[in-house]
Design a protein around this ligand. Sequence first.
Ligand code: ADP
Ligand code: MG
Length: 489
Amino acid sequence: MTDTSYRIQGATGEWEVVIGLEVHAQVTSNAKLFSGAATEFGAEPNTQVSLVDAAMPGMLPVPNMECIRQAVRTGMAIDAQINRWSRFDRKNYFYADLPQGYQISQLYHPLVGEGTVEISPDDKNPDATKVIGVERIHVEQDAGKLMHDQHPTRSYVDLNRSGVALMEIVSRPDMRSPAEAGAYLRKLRAILRYVGSCDGNMEEGSMRADVNVSVRKPGDELGTRTETKNVNSVRFVMAAIEYEAKRQVEVLEDGGRIVQETRLFNVESGTTRSMRSKEDAHDYRYFPDPDLLPLELEEDFLADCRASLPELPDAKRKRYEALGISAYQANVLTAEVEAARWFDTLLEAGAKPVAAANWTTSELFGALNRTGRDIATSPVSPTQAAELLALVADGTLSGSLAKQVFEVMLETGDAPAKIVEDRGLKQTSDTGVIEAVIAEVIAKNPNQLAQYRGGKETLFGFFVGQTMKAMGGKANPAVVNELLKKALG
Ligand code: ADP
Ligand code: MG
């Protein structure tokens, strides 16, 4: 299914937007791509720089196989072709924050070839999916960081990030709206987090996107694209596309031409501006890095990579749906790996899938939202939640009592059984007690009784409410219903 709904209306008709994303994802690894230096985020400047990273004469790069392994696992997670033979190339360019004077990357023979990412752009309708093609994933070095605003006349360089491994995940120009691009980024981030190959923290810069946008009249050839660099949130990527597409339509409708160029996104104004005209690959004088042998992967290595993959979001969602959970809830529960793991533990603790999904997506997520927490810092563990749900399932707690118990759990972290015991929150199914209360309620409301018996059946709910209220919410609703039916005749 293609999203044909997103169109920009111009004076000369409707325009279609074409988007391709290049995502740079920092590989989760203790050491850099070609050196043993550490990769900890936020360390003191220049404390994680080896002689290799500082490009001292005579230093030679040695591939860190953990980084290669993570990139291969990522490729497998998007069903991509894994190239058993790949090679590193030098991309020549002056980088003030990469002392070598070139970046080691992969142009001609990337580690990972074509793959796919399935997205559901509409949260409300997760079954409407679209497949976005991935052209390749190659592995390359990150650069360091320049700091220009610490001193009026000086610039500083921090080489801690210089040489850290990146995966560049290049999509096909398959997206047609900001919503599709947003869904693609969120899905890709989820996959990276499930796999554990990148933490996906866009605010910290460990995942960032170059946004390629062009416009065309539906059915025409691809238009000329611009590339907006290093956009670091899903929301900004969507905003950049929206702005850039409109800008291009205006230029074209005014009889102008789009030039292939690199642009920058301004977070404050939500606009893009030209940074430089775009280089072509040949401008970088790529050539195979003579310091590195081609990478040849053994069958065993690949088998290990495959065996280490966890259950991925799509598979998990299908498994949840097969347990009777709605497509919408299954989608919500699998969107973030931490929530999905939490929910899996809840199921393993014996909770019934459908009740557990209802409770988690409404009660738990609602409470976390309200209190500004996320699942990782949830004060209620999956085991405690399973206990709570078990008390509902065996009739000890009604739905409303369960809500009260849950509120106390959130505050105190106590076990549900203890809370029920301490506060006397158990619901009663004792027919003698309930019958006595019903008799009182009926005696107090002769008018309503007469109306009910005269045919106004909607008053049944009134009697249920009065009985529950008289019992402080602690009566088993099913028993109350049954006894009221008898008593009201
Ligand atoms: P470069 O390194 O020059 O940016 P790449 O091949 O690495 O080139 O990346 C090209 C990116 O641009 C891909 O994500 C691709 O899908 C996208 N792209 C290519 N042509 C177009 C187009 N006409 N409109 C929008 N995106 C495009
Ligand atoms: Mg690019």
